[in-house]
Structure formats: C-alpha cells, structure tokens
Design a protein around this ligand. Sequence first.
Ligand code: ADP
Ligand code: MG
Length: 263
Amino acid sequence: MSVPAIAVKNLVKTFGGSTVLHGIDLEIEQGQVSCVIGPSGSGKSTLLRCMAFLEESTKGTIAVNGEVLGFAENAKGVRERVPTAVNRQIRSQIGMVFQQFNLWPHMTALGNVSEALKTVHKMSRRDAEEQAMAQLVKVGLEGRAGHYPSQLSGGQQQRVAIARALALNPKIMLFDEPTSSLDPELTGEVLNVMRDLAAEGMTMVVVSHEIGFAATVGQQIIFLDHGKVLFTGPPQDVFKRPRNPRLEQFLDTYIDRGASMLL
Ligand SMILES: Nc1ncnc2c1ncn2[C@@H]1O[C@H](COP(=O)(O)OP(=O)(O)O)[C@@H](O)[C@H]1O
Ligand SMILES: [Mg+2]
C-alpha cells in the first residue's frame, strides 16, 4: 500500500473554549476523490483548513504524503512546531478552492492564474502566461483569458480559481463547497471540470452538498457530524440501508431536493 495522500490522526480543534473537531482519524488515499458531507457547522471547513494548515490544530497530527505538516507530536503528546520552511514545502503540494472565488478584480483571468507563478515561482512573464493559458484551456476558458472577473459568470470565475490552483502544480486539491455560491445552472460546468480532474487521477477532498457528485465521482464518503466522523466508506455503502440515524436524518433532507433516486 502506498502512503496516504493525507493521514489525519486524532485531530482536535478548539476555538476559545469550544471544541469543533473531536479527535478525527482519516486517511485520504492517493488518486482518490474523498467527499466530505455533513450538516452546516459540523466542522467540514475547519477540517479542510487544518489539512491545508490554514488553521492550527489543537491536538493530533496531519501528514501529507508521509510528511508531518504543522505540528509533530511524540508518543507522550508533546507537540513541536514543524519548521516554517518544511511547512511551506508541504503546503505547496496542496491546492485549495473556496466557496468564494477570491479572484483579484483588477486582473484578467490570465493575470489571476499567472500571478503566483511570477511572484512566488519567479517565472518569466512569458513562461508564467504560457503555463496559465494551458490551465485556462483545461478548464475550458481559453476564450476568456483577457476578461476581468466582473465580465465572467460565477461558474467561469470559479473555473478560473480552479485553474489558478492547478497552475501551481499541486498533488492534492481541496475544495470547500466550490458550487455553493453559484446559481444552479452554473454548478454543472464547475462539477464537470472537477470530474475531469478526478478522471486524470488527481487526489481530491471535496466538501459539497452536491450529493449526486459525491455518489458518482466520490470513492470515499466521509460523514461529519458535530465534529466527529460518523461514517466513512465507499458511496455504495452510504446510500445503502440501514444507516446511522444521524446520517439517515441528514440524507433525508436531500429527498426534498430531488435526490431521492440516489438514496
Ligand atoms: N474562526 C473561528 N472562530 C470560532 N469558531 C469558529 C471559527 N471557525 C469555525 N468556528 C465554529 O466551528 C464550528 C464548525 O464550523 P465549520 O468548520 O465552518 O463548519 P461547516 O463547514 O461544516 O459548516 C461552527 O460552530 C463554527 O461556528
Ligand atoms: Mg463550511
């Protein structure tokens, strides 16, 4: 067995006095799509943010491709911060896409995708733009390279955000509700780009309420509730009965949204 893309062990996260992740254990396999589902406030974003070290964990460890990110912990639970340069190197393997696209409004699509290549990777303008253009082609936006975010639809803006993350050549892509701020008719184009990426073998962790995507593209479903993993397994097992009562209750809310055929 290859080393997991991400191994989460006993991850605890508290904000002030309240614990939002209660000792999460998870493995994200190489080349798989893992979909995180769960009610609002269950800790999905916090889990993803901890995986990318955008948030510091309180306890436990996260290893990316076998390398500990953020804090190492010895057998006695004594924590030690991983050197910043190491954290930076590990984090560079992870790309992230958020619900809000966070594009720079004063830059074109091409500018948004090529910016970090120039400033962080010190690529020449020409090389950066060439690589950025290749990513825009990949998300079907070669014809929109010169457009500013305000001239693009929400779906197109999110595809630019995906291209921007991909341009940095990540080994793992994390998506936090990538279609939740889009009008329903625009979610399909974003999900299709994600589907293509999955078919290429990208390791992906996707927080989404798109249960159809989870059922058809996800290889692992992780159900989070009140900061605990209540279920993890392949989609055919989630959608099979009997289920954990909390999972049952959660999935019931989808029947109203026309997803009954999946359940
Ligand atoms: N920066 C923060 N400070 C305090 N509480 C937070 C912070 N971020 C998230 N929380 C709390 O943690 C819980 C889980 O939030 P979140 O991870 O955003 O859930 P989800 O993404 O599943 O909706 C919520 O109760 C939320 O209010
Ligand atoms: Mg969230």
